[in-house]
Design a protein around this ligand. Structure first.
Ligand SMILES: C[S@@+](CC[C@H](N)C(=O)[O-])C[C@H]1O[C@@H](n2cnc3c(N)ncnc32)[C@H](O)[C@@H]1O
Length: 198
């Protein structure tokens, strides 16, 4: 198949995924409430505990891997955290599926894939496009919490946030809630940063 047709097909599949995500999230989106979003929630260790401790917040976890979403849903059920919802979704596609007027309450990103090889750095989540895109769903002061064990990615994230006029780095890097995620258990040496939307 020629390159152009392959590209067209990939774009078509992406549009279909976004449409189907809109449909599966429609009940949550139609509430019109702010969402506390965890991107790359893995098996839901953090968000299910967070949601249980903060029943007044509407919590959504997304991950690329279906099995992890199934585990997350089970974990939230066991905790009776009915305000925790999990969807198989890629971060940019989830943002595209979100209604434009919906806002995020908080954003959690813990132990994201570090993409250590230089040629793969462009796949890292924290970079200019992501920071700009997600800013559209935040209000001034909305916080983004980021934690990684990978020192070089931490420095990269600090630089990306410092260089971005839409976000400011905060001195206080405490999380609103602590729960050891699956990756935090195996990677106990990590750094945390907190940024606020400007
Ligand atoms: C290293 S795991 C960390 C999981 C969890 N946050 C933890 O601390 O245990 C990274 C997770 O991010 C997911 N992920 C990677 N890129 C993503 C993206 N663009 N959108 C959504 N999830 C993503 C992966 O599928 C994986 O489950």
């Amino acid at each position: 198949m020629p390159r152009e047709s392959r590209l067209e097909e990939a774009l078509l599949r992406r549009a279909e995924r976004i449409q189907s995500l809109r449909e599966s999230c429609s009940q949550i989106f139609s509430l019109g409430r702010k969402i506390t979003l965890e991107i790359g929630c893995g098996k839901g260790h953090y968000l299910s505990a967070y949601a249980q401790a903060n029943p007044e917040e509407l919590c959504v976890g997304i991950d690329l891997i279906s099995e992890r979403i199934r585990d997350s849903r089970r974990r939230a059920e066991r905790r009776e955290a009915r305000n925790a919802h999990f969807f198989k979704a890629e971060a940019f596609e989830f943002l595209e599926a979100m209604p434009r007027d919906l806002k995020l309450e908080k954003i959690f990103i813990f132990f994201p894939d570090p993409w250590p090889k230089k040629r793969h750095h462009k796949r890292r989540l924290i970079q200019e496009k992501f920071l700009n895109d997600i800013r559209k769903f935040t209000s001034v002061g909305t916080k983004l919490y980021f934690r990684t064990d990978y020192a070089e990615y931490f420095e990269w994230a600090l630089d990306a946030i410092k260089a971005n006029p839409n976000w400011e780095l905060l001195n206080d890097n405490t999380l609103p809630f602590e729960e050891v995620s699956q990756f935090q258990r195996i990677l106990p040496n990590f750094s945390t940063l907190v940024a606020a939307a400007k």
